[in-house]
Ligand binder design. Structure first.
Ligand code: GCU
Length: 434
């Protein structure tokens, strides 16, 4: 027994030597700026990861059936209880959809644009989320779609003047964005996505819940938290859970839109919304493919490595993202009953893609790769290819099995390079299975 433990540990520690290496100058600069943060691989503590294929009661998971019936639900529950918190509701019975815009000749005839208001409580003056959809006109219906939440409002993702401007959150207040803020967010290459045969759908994350510590007084929390009574329990949903819940409500809409292939929806997200995409895909198996772009701590990066952003740092800077219970693990990552490779594994057997960026050391690129690698045994158990490499690839050398991974040049961001790889990955899996 003892030697087995030792081998597992040695394997984890040895990882630092292979494939991509961060620029030493950058490591030096960041370490000087934040001496309290680990940016140097040599300083990563030794750790042992929980085995995704061993149940809490010690049962070894040797069959896909046992994974499905016992271990998967157990892991999901652990993430709900200790990290992201529990969403009190699934699909609200009173929710309605209002298609308020349909233009079959959008973007110079290339696309059909739809805008749909999702009324969470069914009340026209209640909480709502606006969904913006572009579908390629030259592709047979129903169309596979990429879905992501955006940071600045739908009007910001494209200069199209027909996108409805809706108030957004700014410094704790709702403000109406100006006309000249249209198209300022360049992170969604709409025309490229359409040219490659995919639809694109997006909604503003603040429509679900604003992103500041007082969020629990607003948005979906104000609308549904009454169910908790006076005090929010320590496992009540945080903002990431709320945003993930909102993504599932978009899928509810897709299921009634005949132009969209609800069975082929790729959910993706960048950074905090990458954490959100992983959590949404883990819980809602209707998502066909899950993509995490630079999601870092609380997303794909292994918490136990403590490289870059840590549990304590994230919980103090963003106390509203996770449930209260997660704060118990500040500086005590080794006590977590889960780590982020298990979040990745919850997507299995569906395809999942994790992407990092060379200069984004805050998000721990190697920790993100290792979560993909240590999720691989679950994919293998389920008869899938999993991750085609055991070693971290070099820069700009994507690997694509059922698990995909790349680390590209540059810093934190969702770039055209990332999008092209995600569409390559979707092509591969849609060609195989659709
Ligand atoms: C901060 C935060 C990260 C997060 C990022 C983002 O850097 O520390 O955890 O991913 O913001 O959402 O852009």
């Amino acid at each position: 027994m003892f030697w087995m433990f030792f081998v597992a540990l040695a394997q984890v520690v040895g990882e630092g030597q292979q494939g991509w290496q961060p620029n030493p100058e950058l490591v030096k600069k960041l370490s000087e700026r934040r001496p309290d943060v680990i940016y140097d691989e040599a300083k990563v503590p030794t750790y042992t990861l929980p085995d995704p294929l061993v149940c809490l009661d010690g049962t070894k998971v040797m069959t896909p059936e046992l994974w499905r019936s016992k271990r998967r639900p157990e892991i999901l529950e652990l993430f709900r209880t200790h990290m992201y918190g529990k969403a009190p509701i699934g699909k609200p019975g009173e929710m309605t959809f209002e298609v308020f815009d349909l233009d079959k000749n959008a973007l110079n005839g290339k696309a059909t644009r739809k805008q749909v208001r999702i009324l969470f409580t069914g009340k026209p003056d209640g909480l709502s989320m606006d969904l913006l959809i572009y579908l390629p006109n030259d592709v047979k219906r129903p169309v596979p779609v990429f879905l992501l939440l955006n940071f600045f409002g739908n009007h910001a993702i494209h200069p199209d003047p027909a996108i409805r401007i809706k108030p957004v959150w700014f410094k704790g207040e709702k403000i109406t964005p100006s006309e000249d803020s249209r198209g300022r967010d360049r992170s969604i290459p709409v025309e490229r996505i359409l040219a490659r045969g995919y639809g694109i759908a997006t909604a503003y994350y603040g429509d679900i819940a604003p992103d500041f510590p007082g969020t629990f007084q607003h948005g979906i929390f104000a609308a549904f938290d009454k169910l908790f009574g006076e005090k929010r329990p320590p496992d009540a949903w945080g903002a990431i859970s709320a945003w993930a819940w909102g993504l599932s409500r978009v899928l509810d809409y897709f299921e009634v839109d005949k132009d969209i292939d609800a069975k082929w929806v790729v959910v993706l997200g960048h950074s905090r919304l990458g954490k959100t995409a992983l959590w949404a895909g883990a819980q809602d198996e209707r998502f066909a493919i899950v993509i995490s772009n630079n999601s870092g701590c609380g997303g794909a990066a292994l918490s136990r490595r403590r490289f870059g952003e840590t549990v304590a740092i994230i919980n103090s800077a963003f106390p509203h993202w996770f449930c209260e219970n997660f704060k118990r693990y500040n500086d005590r990552e080794n006590e977590l009953p889960i780590d982020q490779h298990m979040l990745v594994a919850l997507t299995a057997p569906r395809p999942v893609y994790i992407a990092s960026a060379d200069e984004d050391l805050w998000a721990d690129p190697r920790g993100e790769f290792l979560a993909a690698k240590f999720a691989d045994p679950v994919y293998k158990l389920l008869g899938k290819e999993g991750l085609p490499t055991q070693e971290m690839p070099a820069l700009n050398q994507p690997v694509m099995g059922t698990i995909g991974y790349h680390i590209r040049s540059g810093g934190h961001g969702l770039t055209e390079y990332d999008w092209e790889r995600y569409m390559d990955f979707a092509d591969k899996h849609f060609r195989q299975n659709r």
